[in-house]
Write a protein that binds this ligand. Structure first.
Ligand SMILES: C[S@@+](CC[C@H](N)C(=O)[O-])C[C@H]1O[C@@H](n2cnc3c(N)ncnc32)[C@H](O)[C@@H]1O
Length: 328
């Protein structure tokens, strides 16, 4: 694994003193990797071969850190309508589930034991290193004890087609939509609805954060972070609305449910890393914030370490029930 964006993703671009250097080194972005200036994460694979640049990569340590909070946040209310759809699929063969942008496979570890019947998960990511982790720690059994099998596929979800999803029972993705462009979300919705396949798309950032106690800088940092998320045509906090529209326009029934992280003293390690990435990205977007942001981050980290900070990071989960085509 190269270092690249995995361990050092966004810095506070001031002339660092010793303390600032410490903060800068530790940055991990809160809702996806913070890109180096000019980078965009979804274009690079299409440009593969034209240079030595790689797309930004996600640290498995970061994905592991967030897995518990993700599991606690996911919208259980969307599971029953999904189970009903899956139970009504024609034929008695097991489920085939594609998890797009699977990372280390946390979605499968959460969902497979909540669905009945044998399942074959096809885990897609562009990062082979993460796919390796996903294969090793894959779920083994369904809610009713049926067998769960897994295969991995390396590729770009921006190139998804209905043919890739032929025979699929379900498509899932978690913490993925906000790093896609509108065109990629349209491609995604085309593929799912074209294949008549339901999609459970969880934990898309909503662009809202509540910190308690509050600080006058909270809103300014949040706004700059959201602007950073929207760089280079990526949708960031607009992704969830774009996905709802894309699926609805293609005839799917769409249900949305909030899925916020609720971070208190028990989640201080995650909160601290999230804070570093959140503030780091905001300052990368607005370097003029750096001097005040340095103070802000230091005080927030101190409050976090003392168990005096609570953070709600708002996300949304989406279930899109496409019209069945009869093929799945
Ligand atoms: C924030 S991580 C989420 C990982 C995992 N779904 C989870 O919830 O832990 C986003 C994942 O999407 C992958 N990814 C981002 N853009 C992609 C693309 N265009 N094609 C394939 N994978 C992509 C990244 O490599 C990363 O593993």
């Amino acid at each position: 694994m190269t270092e690249t964006a995995m361990t050092k993703q966004a810095g506070i671009p001031t002339q660092p003193g010793p303390r600032e250097a410490e903060v800068t080194e530790a940055v991990i972005a809160g809702a996806g990797p913070t890109l180096r200036p000019g980078e965009r994460p979804t274009l690079r694979l299409r440009d593969a071969g034209t240079g030595s640049d790689e797309p930004p990569r996600y640290a498995p340590e970061w994905l592991e850190l967030r897995e518990g909070a993700d599991a606690a946040a996911r919208a259980h209310d969307l599971l029953d309508p999904l189970r009903i759809r899956l139970a009504n699929l024609p034929g008695k063969a097991g489920l085939v589930i594609h998890d797009l942008g699977c990372g280390t496979g946390s979605m499968g570890r959460w969902l497979a034991p909540r669905l009945d019947g044998s399942q074959h998960w096809i885990l897609h990511d562009r990062d082979p290193y993460l796919l390796h982790f996903a294969a090793v720690a894959s779920p083994r059994s369904a809610a009713d004890g049926s067998r769960v099998t897994v295969e991995t596929r390396r590729g770009d979800v921006g190139r998804l087609t209905r043919d890739v999803l032929a025979g699929a029972s379900l498509v899932t993705a978690s913490a993925l939509l906000d790093v896609l462009t509108r065109e990629e979300i349209d491609t995604f919705a085309d593929a799912c609805t074209g294949a008549g396949c339901p999609a459970l798309l969880t934990l898309s950032v909503a662009g809202r954060v509540d910190l308690t106690p509050s600080d006058p800088m909270d809103a300014e940092i949040a706004e700059a972070f959201n602007a950073h998320q929207r760089r280079d045509g990526l949708l960031g906090p607009d992704a969830i609305t774009a996905a709802c529209e894309a699926f609805s326009d293609r005839g799917a029934t769409v249900r949305l449910h909030p899925s916020p992280w609720r971070l208190g003293p028990a989640e201080s390690a995650l909160t601290a890393q999230w804070l570093r990435g959140w503030v780091g990205a905001a300052v990368e977007e607005r370097p003029d914030l750096a001097p005040r942001a340095e103070r802000y981050l230091r005080e927030r980290l101190e409050a976090c370490a003392a168990g005096e900070l609570r953070v709600v990071v708002h996300h949304s989960d989406l279930l899109a029930l496409s019209r069945p085509t009869g093929g799945a």
